[in-house]
Design a protein around this ligand. Structure first.
Ligand code: KG4
Ligand code: ZN
Length: 351
C-alpha cells in the first residue's frame, strides 16, 4: 500500500462501493452501501454478439466493454440515487478472465480512482462467486462452496470473508463449458446450459445413456471426457459425422432430449459425489453454497438441496442474477476487503 491516489491518504473510509466487472462477456457495475446493502446492479450481456460463434470471442468482448462501460457505470450510480462524489471506494475484477476484457475494467476503475480521488480495490472474480450467496443471506461460516460456471468448477472450504481454501477444481473443462460444448455439438446455440435444462425437463430428467461418472476418491473434476463420451454416443447412433463435424439429426428432438437429460443427471451425480467427499473431510462445515452460472439450473438446485437436507446442512444459492457474472458480488467483496483495510494503489494490474 502507498498514499498514491487510489489508496486512502489518512484513515480509510467505509462508504458506498462502486463495483465493476468486465472479466468475460458481461459489462457490469453495481453500488453496495455498507448500511443499506445493494443499491443497484446493472449489466450489459454480450451473449447476442457471440452467439453465432458458439462461444466468447475475446477481441469482440473487449471492444464491446469499451463501448459500454461508461454508460453502465453511470446507470448503476443513477439507479443508486448517487453520483461519483458519493462513492468512497471502487472495486474492480482484476483476475481471472480474458486479458483484454479485464484490462478495460481495470483501466477504467484506475482512471476513476485517480481522477476522483477514490480508494481502489482489486477483486478476484472467483472470490466474487464464492461470496455471492452471502449478498442476500447470512451464510454461517465455515461453509463449503461449489462454484460451477462456464469458466470454473471448483470446491472451496470458506472460513470467513477473507480466508478460503481450494479443495478441488477441474482438471480440464468446466461444467458449464461441458453444457456449452454439447449444445454446440447438437446445434442448440450458446449458452448451452439453459437449453440443456429445458430439453432435460421435457423427459423428466431421466438417465438414458449412463455417461461415465469417474468414481474416484478425489475432489477434482474432469468434464472433457464427458463431452467426448457424448460425442461418441452421437456418432454411434449415426447422429454425428466426425470428418465433417456435422450434427445429422437437427430435427430429432427426442435424441436431443435424451442426450441433454443424461448429461445433466451425470453432472448432478458428479457434483453430489464431490460434495459428499468434501463434507466427509470437513464435517465442521455449517452450510453448503452452490454458486456460478450453472447454479441457475433448477434441477441441480433441487437435487443438491435434497442431498444437503439428508446431510442436515442448510443449502444457500444466490438469486439467478447473482449466479451468472455480475458486479454486485464484486462490490460486496470489495466492501469486505475495505473493512479489512485491504486497499490497492494505482499500480493495480490484471492477474
Ligand atoms: O457464471 P457465468 O455467467 O460465467 C462464467 O463465469 O463462466 O456462467 C455461464 C455458464 C455457461 O456455461 C452457461 O451454459 C451456464 O453457466 N448456465 C447454465 C444454466 N444457465 C447458465 N448451466 C446449466 N443450467 C442452466 N440453467
Ligand atoms: Zn464467473
Amino acid at each position: 500500500m502507498s498514499n498514491a491516489p487510489g489508496t486512502p491518504a489518512v484513515a480509510p473510509m467505509l462508504g458506498p462501493v462502486l463495483g465493476i466487472e468486465t472479466s468475460c462477456d458481461e459489462t457490469a457495475a453495481a453500488v453496495y452501501d455498507p448500511l443499506r446493502g445493494l443499491l443497484s446492479n446493472r449489466l450489459y450481456s454480450q451473449t447476442e454478439l457471440h452467439r453465432s460463434y458458439g462461444g466468447v470471442v475475446p477481441e469482440i468482448a473487449s471492444r464491446s466493454h469499451i463501448e459500454k462501460i461508461e454508460i453502465i457505470v453511470s446507470q448503476a450510480l443513477s439507479d443508486a440515487g448517487m453520483t461519483l462524489a458519493d462513492i468512497t471506494t471502487i472495486g474492480v475484477t482484476t483476475t481471472p478472465g480474458l486479458p483484454g476484457s479485464l484490462l478495460v475494467g481495470c483501466c477504467f476503475a484506475k482512471g476513476l480512482a485517480y481522477g476522483a480521488q477514490k480508494q481502489l480495490i482489486g477483486v478476484n472474480h472467483l472470490s466474487g462467486h464464492i461470496y455471492s450467496a452471502c449478498i442476500e443471506q447470512n451464510v454461517p461460516f465455515p461453509f463449503l462452496c461449489l462454484t460451477a460456471s462456464g469458466g470454473h468448477t471448483s470446491l472451496y472450504y470458506v472460513r470467513d470473508y477473507t480466508t478460503f481454501t481450494l479443495l478441488g477444481t477441474t482438471l480440464d473443462d468446466a461444467s458449464g463449458e461441458a453444457f456449452d460444448k454439447v449444445a454446440k455439438l447438437m446445434n442448440l446455440g450458446y449458452p448451452g446450459g439453459p437449453r440443456i435444462e429445458t430439453l432435460a425437463e421435457q423427459v423428466n430428467f431421466q438417465d438414458f445413456f449412463h455417461y461415465p461418472r469417474l468414481k474416484k476418491k478425489t475432489l477434482s473434476f474432469s468434464f472433457s471426457g464427458l463431452k467426448t463420451a457424448v460425442l461418441y454416443n452421437l456418432v454411434e447412433q449415426g447422429a454425428y459425422d466426425l470428418p465433417t463435424k456435422t450434427f445429422l439429426e437437427p430435427e430429432n428432438i427426442s435424441l436431443q432430449q435424451k442426450v441433454a437429460s443424461s448429461l445433466l443427471v451425470c453432472v448432478k451425480d458428479i457434483f453430489i459425489d464431490r460434495l459428499s467427499q468434501a463434507l466427509e473431510q470437513h464435517p465442521d462445515a455449517q452450510a453448503i453454497t452452490f454458486v456460478g452460472g450453472v447454479a441457475c439450473n433448477k434441477y441441480l438446485r433441487r437435487e443438491i438441496s435434497a442431498w444437503a437436507q439428508k446431510k442436515q446442512r442448510p443449502l444457500f444459492f444466490p438469486s439467478p442474477c447473482y449466479c451468472t457474472d455480475n458486479a454486485a458480488m464484486i462490490a460486496f467483496v470489495a466492501h469486505k476487503k475495505a473493512v479489512q483495510g485491504l486497499f490497492d494503489d494505482l499500480s493495480l494490474d490484471i492477474f
